[in-house]
Design a protein around this ligand. Structure first.
Ligand code: PMP
Length: 348
C-alpha cells in the first residue's frame, strides 16, 4: 500500500508541478526542480533515520537484487564475506555473492529448522573478524522472520532492509552498508535506497558498470545516468507523510500494535497457526496457515470479496501471508482479524 494522502498529493500535482505547467515526469533530472526533489528526499530520509554525516545516501537502480551483485563485486572481489542465512532472500544474496572473490562463509543459519526463527547471537560463528563484511537480512519477507537484535560482529555490517526499513528505529551508525528496495515502505518499485559509510566506501573496488559504482554514484549525486525520477519524487512524498505522522517512533509503535493484534488472534485460535517462533516474528509480514489447507482457496476468495487483498502466501511456501507495511492502517488489520474470526466460525 501507499498512503492515500501521498497518492492524492501526487494526483493533484500530476499535470502541473508547482505551477510550471509540467509534470515532474516531464522534467529533466538535472532541472532545478528535480534537484530540489532529490535533495529533499535525502534530507527527509536522513532526519527520519537519524543518518549520521559519516554515511552517504543514494537512490539507485535495479532493486535490491542488483545490490546482491553490486555489493559483492565492489567489496568481495578478493577475500571472503560472511553471510547469515535466514531464508529465501538471504539465500539469494548468498548465491549472488558466492560467485565473487573467495566466496562466502555462512556464519549462522536456521535452515535445519525450516527457517522458523533467526539464529541467536550465541549461535553465530564467534570469530567474525577479517571478513570483507557480514551480511544479514533483518526481515525475511517471504518467511516472516525478524531479527530481534542487531548482530554484534567484528567486520563491517551490511543489511538488506528491503522489507523493514523505516518500520522501526535502527542505529544506523552500527551499519556500514544498508540497502532497501523501495516497494515496501518507501514508495513504488523503481529505486533502491543505499546508505553507506564513507569509511566502507574507501574499501570498494571500482565496478565495471559506472551505474552500479557506489563511489561514482555518490560523486554524481545518484545521477550518473537518468534515475527513476518519478519514483524518487514519490519516495519524497512518502517521507514527508511519515514525518507528518510522527516519524519512525510513531510508526514503529503502530506497527507493533498491528502485528500484536494479528498474532494474538492467530495464537488464541486452534483454527490458525503461525510457523514462526515468537521471538522472531516479523512486524511487516505475517505468514499463517489454516488448520485445513483445503480451505485456502475459499479463504482467499472470500477475503478478496471482502476487499482484503494479496493474502496468499508466497508461491514457494503456500498458506497465507498478511503484509502490513507502514501504510497499512490499524483499521485494515482489524478488518482482517474480524474476517478471520468470522471465517473460522462459519467453516469450523
Ligand atoms: N530482499 C528482500 C528482503 C526482499 O523482500 C526483496 C523483494 N521482495 C528483495 C530482496 C528483492 O528486491 P527487488 O525485487 O527490488 O530486486
Amino acid at each position: 500500500m501507499l498512503p492515500e494522502d501521498v497518492l492524492l498529493k501526487a494526483q493533484a500535482e500530476l499535470l502541473d508541478y508547482e505551477s510550471t505547467g509540467m509534470s515532474i515526469m516531464e522534467m529533466s533530472h538535472r532541472s532545478a526542480y528535480f534537484d530540489e526533489v532529490i535533495e529533499s528526499a535525502k534530507m527527509r530520509l536522513r532526519r527520519l533515520m537519524s543518518i549520521p554525516s559519516t554515511h552517504e545516501v543514494m537512490f539507485l537502480h535495479g532493486g535490491a537484487t542488483t545490490q546482491f551483485y553490486a555489493l559483492a563485486e565492489q567489496f568481495n572481489s578478493s577475500g571472503v564475506a560472511a553471510y547469515i542465512n535466514t531464508g529465501q532472500w538471504s539465500s539469494k544474496a548468498i548465491k549472488a555473492a558466492s560467485t565473487y572473490g573467495g566466496g562466502v562463509d555462512v556464519i549462522g543459519t536456521t535452515e535445519d529448522e525450516n527457517f522458523c526463527r533467526a539464529p541467536t547471537q550465541d549461535e553465530l560463528t564467534q570469530q567474525t573478524d577479517g571478513y570483507n563484511y557480514v551480511h544479514y537480512t533483518p526481515n525475511e519477507t517471504i518467511g516472516g522472520v525478524r531479527f530481534p537484535y542487531v548482530p554484534d560482529v567484528s567486520s563491517p555490517l551490511v543489511a538488506d532492509f528491503s522489507s523493514s526499513i523505516l518500520s522501526e528505529y535502527i542505529d544506523v551508525s552500527k551499519f556500514d552498508f544498508i540497502y532497501a528496495g523501495a516497494q515496501k515502505n518507501i514508495g513504488p518499485a523503481g529505486i533502491v535506497v543505499v546508505i553507506a559509510s564513507k569509511a566502507f566506501l574507501t574499501r570498494s573496488k571500482k565496478a565495471k558498470n559506472p551505474i552500479f559504482d557506489y563511489c561514482a554514484q555518490v560523486k554524481g549525486d545518484s545521477r550518473v545516468n537518468t534515475p527513476s525520477t518519478y519514483s524518487i519524487y514519490l519516495a519524497n512524498l512518502v517521507f514527508e507523510w511519515l514525518e507528518s505522522q510522527g516519524g519512525v517512533a510513531h510508526i514503529s509503535m503502530l506497527n507493533q500494535q498491528k502485528a500484536k493484534i494479528l498474532y494474538s488472534l492467530i495464537d488464541s485460535s486452534d483454527y490458525y497457526h503461525s510457523p514462526i517462533d515468537r521471538d522472531s516474528r516479523s512486524w511487516m509480514n505475517v505468514p499463517f496457515q489454516l488448520h485445513d489447507n483445503n480451505l485456502n482457496k475459499k479463504f482467499l476468495e472470500e477475503a478478496d470479496a471482502a476487499r482484503l487483498y494479496n493474502l496468499a502466501g508466497h508461491r514457494s511456501v503456500g498458506g497465507m501471508r498478511a503484509s502490513i507495511y507502514n501504510a497499512m492502517p490499524l483499521d485494515g488489520v482489524i478488518a482482517l482479524t474480524e474476517f478471520m474470526t468470522e471465517f473460522a466460525r462459519q467453516n469450523g
